[in-house]
Design a protein around this ligand. Structure first.
Ligand code: IPD
Ligand code: CA
Ligand code: CA
Ligand code: CA
Length: 285
């Protein structure tokens, strides 16, 4: 079971997020010096991503040595108790182009069977801590499973929008993997016609944080990874919203295909998306 109280884990994650953000901001002001690598077309990584990631890993290894670590740029492995999922720079493309919309995202996923603070063992893998830090706005989003979600220490709640018709909705477009574009494009078409507006700001973790604090009324995206969505999932759920797998896999293999919003908007979004999805079995990659 989890020996550390979750609040200590949350403190460690906040410290790590600030350390990473300091590295990112130092590079942001000297972008010309950055070495950029291309993993595959449109999939970029820089020294800033790598150094920020290492800073996070160093802090988490020291403060929570019994927990697993999986990080976007360096991999790692899950433990059987709980595992950190780290995105040191969510919004790399924005960052590298000088667009100030990116964040550090750190989540702890407790695994099935883990005892969280002495409660009942979890029946499934559950994101229990979410930290998303936006260094440009100095906005720290924190979420703790079963306790709540905060923005700079103040409780946050999802919006109260009654329907998509009165919603501003965030999303992400396919940009390096187009295998799901045929499923995605009709959903975008629908959202453009049936909401107040669609936004594509380019940092999935921050998109979910913005659902949690009511800036976006809903959000959906396809083709994500666990480190993109795990922290935001805690935030949205603790802010009274829904954040789930588009395929309704049970348990959700946290990542991939996600929709989120308050009860009204998420339910409506889900119903809108479903007819466009191919059954999962035929989704060979
Ligand atoms: C990306 C951003 C982007 C989303 C991509 C993610 P990265 O993360 O969250 O908004 O559309 O799918 O991979 O690579 O900048 O950490
Ligand atoms: Ca990336
Ligand atoms: Ca990301
Ligand atoms: Ca990243």
């Amino acid at each position: 079971s989890l020996r550390l109280p979750l609040s200590d884990c949350l403190d460690a994650a906040v410290t790590a997020a600030h350390a990473a953000a300091a590295i990112l901001q130092a590079y942001a002001h000297n972008r010309g010096d950055l070495v950029i690598d291309t993993k595959t077309r449109n999939d970029l990584v820089s020294q800033a991503d790598r150094e920020a990631e290492q800073a996070i890993i160093d802090i988490l290894l020291e403060r929570t040595p019994q927990l697993g670590i999986v990080a976007e740029e360096s991999g790692g492995k899950a433990s059987d108790i709980a595992t950190w999922y780290i995105d040191p720079l969510d919004g790399t493309t924005n960052f590298l182009h000088g667009i100030p919309q990116y964040a550090v995202s750190i989540a702890l996923i407790a695994h099935a069977g883990a005892l969280i603070n002495g409660d009942q063992p979890l029946d499934r893998d559950t994101p229990v801590i979410g930290v998303v830090y936006d260094p440009n706005r100095e906005e720290l989003f924190t979420g703790l499973h079963g306790v709540g979600a905060w923005l700079n220490g103040r409780r946050i709640q999802c919006s109260r929008a009654a329907s998509l018709a009165e919603s501003v909705v965030g999303t992400g477009f396919p940009f390096r993997d187009f295998s799901f574009a045929d499923e995605y494009m009709p959903t975008l078409h629908h959202a453009i016609r049936h909401t107040r507006g669609v936004r594509r700001h380019g940092a999935a973790a921050l998109d979910l944080a913005w659902v949690a604090c009511g800036r976006y009324d809903a959000y959906w995206e396809m083709g994500l990874a666990p480190w993109d969505v795990a922290a935001g999932t805690v935030l949205v759920r603790e802010a009274g919203g829904i954040c789930e797998d588009i395929f309704h896999a049970d348990p959700w293999p946290i990542g991939g295909y996600v929709y989120a919003g308050n009860t009204n908007t998420a339910t409506e979004l889900d119903a809108m998306i479903q007819p466009h999805m191919k059954p999962r079995q035929s989704r060979s990659s």
